[in-house]
Design a protein around this ligand. Structure first.
Ligand code: C2E
Ligand code: CA
Ligand code: CA
Length: 605
């Protein structure tokens, strides 16, 4: 028989119709026994009842609260006949409620598979009817056929279920999700189709501390919670680990989707009790909208994933909708990956220089080389747009060598013209460069080639890299020290763990992160931080530079704290070499900070 779950009902109805005619009864039905739910579920009936109440009391009948006939059928393997007598009055009442007829004879023949009742084949005749043993034997044979058929359909459904569901939670799996989305994004389907990517923060910690069983229970509870709080037609898939994807059945615009994302996030972060503990995890949600007929499944999922990344980048526990700006950001990234290698060799990279001055006198004490990319179509790109990509794609070494070489060449040219005599050139070094084996030699070679003494060069490294590979960094830095090259820690204050390393590393100066300096005069917290950094630098005998000085009040505050060296838009933006030359020629950038006479005297020197 070519019957599966979907054709089962129609095929059964055809058989039931024949049986109704043959046995001359009024109704017949086939029911399936759901062992887990302890209920009997209507599969098919013939003829269709008229005026079926909603909910239909016969669709699902729980054995525990059924009438005496249904109740005794839970474990029965032999036919049961209920005639219209007072003995079966509660059964008669069930039939009356469901179909409006009373005083019937019901015959129920269990479907038996491996000795277990798996369903019922039933007949109803208005009035009293006798069933002969011969008739019942025929019915038992038919019921056996139905039992086989049902077992096969159940097995097939089970297989299909396993193929499409996640073991742990019973939610849809990746394959089911893809099938579903394919369907939803078909041309002509209602849209936009909102897709939510959910990710739990630090689930691993939970597994580590409470054990995997607790972790599994946690996931299961959350899954059940999602299921309860969403429509039955909404797609909820678990992609393994702590990743869920939800595709609501209802079309949504961006505004509605963002609200829904927040609701989902709130649901997830509510506490769950597992293994005797009440725990909760933060969750981030990324959202993307798919337009049926326009967006592919892969596109929507990728965008939702990107949005999730951006939601997480805000420290986790966030919600983000994929926007045009994000799209632009990702296109830029692709483009950078594609064209950066060429840029290093074709002359479209350039360096701008930002002067650093002594705030008390305006004298230029250093120049920081800052890389830019003159992109053929996108204009002048700041390093933030491509340095990260370079680091992620093995181009950091090449880019770094270009920067060092170019900065040194320019610096040597200025020196040759009598400019920049007492100025230090500052060059940013990426972590990747610092751990490369030949880094020290390559610097040495460039310095020799341009006749620059090591002490005129200061390499800036971030606090972050120092911590990553301390031993390696130490070796490299000592090599650089031997040439007299200076080392500054950049963006100081944004990483925490390296204060203790300051002693272990041959560092000459720290640059206070511009985030703290910018708000001087506005934020007292930042004032406290800057104060302690200056104090700390002093006690280690390190130089200190304030970055990101944008206002006179910030500059005055730095001077007041004893931090005289500074860099920032108030003094000069990073500018092309021709422009910085003008300042170099003057030797100083005049600032009118109206420093109090006392502080000039007190802190001078
Ligand atoms: P950084 O080393 O902290 O460089 C200072 C950044 O602060 C520069 O941004 C500069 O334009 C900006 N800046 C300076 N003064 C002010 C101010 O008063 N206010 C504000 N809001 N910003 C100010 P830029 O040029 O975009 O560089 C960003 C970062 O890119 C640099 O941060 C550095 O980490 C990295 N970078 C730049 N050039 C290179 C390079 O050649 N190699 C490597 N590896 N990284 C580089
Ligand atoms: Ca820097
Ligand atoms: Ca910095």
């Amino acid at each position: 028989m070519g019957v599966d779950a979907t054709t089962m009902v129609a095929a059964t109805e055809r058989v039931l119709a024949k049986l109704v005619e043959y046995f001359d009864v009024d109704f017949s039905y086939l029911r399936h026994t759901d062992r887990e739910r302890r209920a009997t579920v209507l599969v098919a009936e013939w003829p269709p009842r008229e005026g079926v109440p909603d909910p239909d009391p016969l669709r699902i009948v729980y054995f525990s609260d059924a009438d005496s006939v249904f109740r005794s059928l839970e474990h029965a393997t032999e036919p049961l006949i209920a005639r219209p007598s007072s003995e079966y009055s509660d059964y008669q009442e069930t039939v009356r409620k469901a179909s409006g007829i009373s005083g019937v004879t019901g015959a129920a023949v269990p479907l038996v598979s491996r000795g277990e009742p798996t369903g019922l084949l039933g007949f109803i005749k208005v009035g009293d009817r006798e069933w002969s043993t011969r008739e019942l034997n025929v019915l038992k044979a038919i019921a056996a056929l139905f039992a086989q058929l049902q077992a096969r359909v159940v097995a097939e459904e089970r297989l299909r279920y396993i193929a499409l569901h996640d073991d742990l939670t019973g939610l849809a799996n990746r394959r089911a999700l893809l099938e579903h989305m394919e369907e939803r994004l078909r041309p002509g389907s209602p849209g936009p189709v909102a897709t939510f990517f959910l990710d739990l923060d630090r689930l691993k910690a939970l597994n580590d501390f409470l054990g995997h069983t607790a972790g599994d229970n946690f996931i299961r509870t959350l899954s059940a919670r999602l299921r309860e709080n969403l429509e039955p037609t909404d797609m909820i898939a678990r992609l393994g680990g702590d990743e869920f994807v939800i595709v609501p059945a209802k079309p949504m615009d961006a505004v509605a989707a963002e609200l829904e994302a927040t609701r989902l996030q709130q649901l997830i972060i509510r506490r769950v009790s597992v293994g005797g503990e009440s725990v909760s995890r933060g969750a981030s949600v990324g959202v993307a909208l798919g337009i049926p007929g326009e967006t592919t499944v892969a596109d929507v999922l990728r965008r939702a994933d990107h949005a999730l990344l951006s939601a997480k980048s805000g420290g986790g526990n966030g919600v983000a909708v994929f926007t045009d700006a994000m799209r632009a950001q990702f296109e830029l990234q692709d483009d950078v990956e594609l064209n950066l290698r060429g840029a290093v060799s074709d002359g479209s990279l350039l360096l701008h220089y930002q002067p650093e001055v002594d705030l008390r006198t305006g004298r230029i004490v250093a120049l920081e080389a800052l890389v830019r990319w003159q992109h053929p179509t996108r204009g002048l790109l700041p390093p933030g747009a491509f340095v990260g990509v370079a680091e992620a794609t093995n181009l950091a070494g090449e880019l770094g060598r270009w920067v060092i070489r170019t900065a040194c060449a320019q610096f040597a040219a200025w020196r040759a013209r009598g400019l920049a005599a007492n100025v230090v050139i500052r060059i940013n070094v990426s972590p990747v460069q610092l751990v490369s084996l030949d880094f020290v030699e390559s610097i040495e070679q460039v310095l020799r080639e341009y006749g620059i003494d090591g002490s005129s060069v200061c390499l800036e490294i971030t606090e972050h890299v120092v911590v990553q590979d301390l031993t390696r960094t130490q070796v490299t830095l000592r090599g650089l020290k031997r040439m007299g090259v200076q080392i500054a820690i950049d963006d100081f204050g944004t990483g925490y763990s390296s204060l203790s390393h300051l002693k272990a590393l041959p560092v000459d100066a720290v640059k206070i992160d511009r985030g703290f300096v910018q708000r001087l005069g506005v934020s007292t917290d930042d004032l406290a931080i800057v104060k302690s950094i200056v104090g700390l630098a002093g006690s280690f005998g390190l130089g200190v530079v304030g970055e990101g000085v944008e206002t006179a009040v910030a500059a005055r505050t730095l001077v007041g704290l004893g931090c005289y060296r500074a860099q920032g838009f108030l003094i000069s933006r990073p500018v092309p070499p021709e422009e910085v030359e003008v300042h170099l020629a003057a030797g100083r950038i005049p600032l009118d900070l109206e420093l109090p006479k006392v502080s000039r005297g007190t802190f001078g020197g």
